[in-house]
Design a protein around this ligand. Structure first.
Ligand code: HEC
Length: 105
């Protein structure tokens, strides 16, 4: 993760994505039990995805799919996704309003 130090710099430009909302992905139903429709997780140990960087989300799913990143539910789920599904899901969750400290779990 060589880019960590650079990406930690504050960047207000990327904080608010443009209003364009992507279409609801066909495979979203596979994810909502754990990550929520809106990317706000209600389960301890499950990360919020809302407002996360879209390229990062896409990379995470590609890495689960390839086995580079391994975690029991995510590895098998990502294996059931096509590259187009991964792009659609990453774009969807990236476009959701982000999690704010104090929001209910
Ligand atoms: C059974 C619960 C469960 C389901 C269903 C599930 N996830 Fe996850 N997801 C997790 C957990 C737990 C993690 C954290 C895994 C880890 O530590 O690598 C995770 C991690 C992720 C990450 C990486 C987040 C990060 O910050 O690095 C992405 C992206 C993701 N999930 C997307 C999805 C998508 C898209 C779906 C639907 C296809 C989905 N997940 C379905 C439980 C789930």
């Amino acid at each position: 993760m060589a880019a960590c130090a650079e990406s930690a710099a504050p960047s207000s430009a990327s904080a608010t994505p443009p209003a364009a909302s992507p279409e609801r992905p066909a495979k979203l139903g596979l994810c909502v039990a754990c990550h929520g429709e809106d990317g706000i997780s209600r389960i301890a140990g499950t990360p919020h995805l809302a407002g996360q960087d879209g390229q990062y989300l896409e990379r995470a799913l590609v890495d689960y799919r390839s086995g580079k990143r391994q975690h029991v539910p995510m590895t098998s789920l990502a294996n059931s996704l096509q590259p187009a599904d991964i792009r659609a899901l990453a774009a969807w969750y990236a476009s959701r309003p982000g999690f704010h400290a104090g929001d209910a779990r």
